[in-house]
Design a protein around this ligand. Structure first.
Ligand SMILES: [Ca+2]
Length: 303
């Protein structure tokens, strides 16, 4: 049988509903609201729920006459060249240690969201500069990106030129300026600057399900430092991928490029705008605590 544009066995034939054809497994909202939610099941059987509501991390949007539940927001998490992790919920903290870390990940769940894991290997050179390589595991592939390598990624250890489409188009990678961008069909977007900067963006539908240095994305920044309110090095230690290489996430004497004390007053002055009571970010303070961002700003300014 022909299902849309693919030949399938009769048992996998899709559904007719309201004059439209839907493929097996497809979720759709036939009205102009998300309250009527239908799934095309095997055998051409459509099952609908007329009291459906989008989840709390989603909103109903109607585009071109078609309704769907979409993520309310996109969350961003980053690790930057100056040793700052900024979690999805906005917590900022320093990352020490030449270790392999889990930056973010989500387990596979029945009928739920796609699973992925993102790892970052941090290395500190003798002069104090930091580089990072990145590995994304998704759809059974390992996609790795290394320092200084542009226009290319490795897929399961095989070098692949960019742009490239992988896993039947579910994962796409391309070079954009200095960044390598990887995007998936579930709206994950990863940007890597081929030196040390990593930016991960994911929709809010992943909220609360995540683990890793990027935090759980539950809207609360205070629980992003794991291990019961201990310091950033304890949080980092929780997310070290255990292998045979010893690694220390503490900022030990001699191993950390300390802040340049001469630059601290200057950095504080430059960052005061974040905390200023009558500054441009005043309206944000009730929603986002300015302190983590202020601390990260000072740290970035004095190294
Ligand atoms: Ca959180």
């Amino acid at each position: 049988m022909l299902s849309h544009d693919k030949c399938v066995p009769l048992a996998e034939c899709g559904c007719q509903y309201g004059g439209q054809y839907y493929q097996t497994g497809q979720v759709f909202y036939p009205g102009e609201s998300c309250n009527l939610h239908c799934v095309c099941s095997e055998g051409g059987d459509t099952q609908c729920d007329s009291n459906f509501q989008c989840s709390t991390s989603e909103k109903c949007i109607v585009e071109g006459g078609f309704a769907s539940c979409s993520p309310k927001t996109i969350g961003s998490c980053s690790v930057s060249g100056v040793r700052t992790v900024r979690s999805f919920d906005g917590q900022a903290y320093p990352l020490w240690g030449n270790c392999l870390f889990t930056l973010a990940g989500v387990e596979e769940k029945d009928g739920g969201m796609a699973a992925f894991s993102l790892y970052v290997q941090q290395k500190t050179h003798k002069d104090g500069t930091v580089v990072r390589s990145v590995e994304l595991q998704v759809y059974g592939m390992e996609i790795t990106m290394e320092t200084g390598v542009v226009w290319e990624v490795k897929v399961d250890d095989i070098r692949v030129s960019l742009p490239v489409s992988l896993a039947d188009g579910k994962v796409r990678a391309h070079q954009n300026g200095i960044n390598i961008i990887i995007e998936t069909d579930f709206n994950l977007k990863l940007s890597y600057d081929s030196v040390a900067g990593v930016l991960l963006q994911i929709p809010s539908t992943f909220g609360s399900s995540l683990h890793g240095l990027c935090g759980n994305f539950n809207g609360n920044l205070t629980d992003d430092l794991a291990s019961g309110g201990k310091g950033p090095s304890d949080t980092a230690a929780v997310w070290v991928v255990k292998d045979d290489t010893p690694c220390d996430t503490r900022c030990g004497a001699g191993s950390c490029p300390g802040p340049d004390e001469q630059k601290v007053p200057e950095a504080k002055k430059a960052c005061d705008i974040i905390k200023a009571q009558q500054g441009p970010f005043e309206g944000c303070h009730s929603t986002v605590s300015p302190t983590p961002n202020y601390d990260a700003c000072v740290r970035q300014g004095n190294i």
